[in-house]
Design a protein around this ligand. Sequence first.
Ligand code: ADP
Ligand code: 5GP
Length: 193
Amino acid sequence: MTHGRGKLIVISAPSGCGKTTITNALLRRNPEFIFSVSATTRTKRRNEVHGKHYFFLTEDEFRKAIDNNELVEWEEIYGDCYGTLKRVIDEALESGKVILFDIDVNGGLSIKKHYPDDTVLIFIKPPSLEDLKKRLRGRKTEGVEQLERRLQRVPMELEKGKLFDYSIVNDDLDKAIHEVNKIVHNEIHSVTN
Ligand code: ADP
Ligand code: 5GP
């Protein structure tokens, strides 16, 4: 989209449901979309790049970003802090771009509260809890303790997900990508008309 006001597309899900995979697929299909790079105090995973996946900050740096009002919202999740940078949103809205957020349910609801007319909330669900556990273990990015922490949050996330505008089950990955892509394009269309 190159005209009008931008659109904020939030994709949330319990950890391991496939939101990163789906977000990346959407960015590949729609090179004009941008990704909201969040700030976090979490340790960088092997394949992650500072400034591309996250801005990896120390706790001190994160605290300063809060004090300087640089974050629209932030949450402590699994023992680390994650937050959305205000300037990323403002730049996207002013330039009329579609921006994708891979953030948690509470962050998504906060963004909607701050930008009610510009935000679309999409929740990704696993086919079952068993599938979710299998995927998280298969990703091999967390130890047993972190995995348990992520699973403990699932009931709260499923509950808050009910407040989202759309809910998609990620069973067949290609189908889920197609459905989310369709929702986003319908929403963009409704803005420009
Ligand atoms: P999230 O970002 O929600 O934590 P990821 O995108 O990292 O989740 O996906 C978790 C794992 O599940 C990854 O290893 C990914 O390849 C796999 N995965 C994603 N979608 C599916 C699917 N529909 N079927 C099977 N595996 C999937
Ligand atoms: P991960 O450590 O797996 O990258 O992310 C952990 C959780 O933090 C995921 O649910 C992810 O969507 C969420 N998250 C990432 N960035 C932000 C953010 O800026 N704000 C909020 N509220 N959650 C975030």
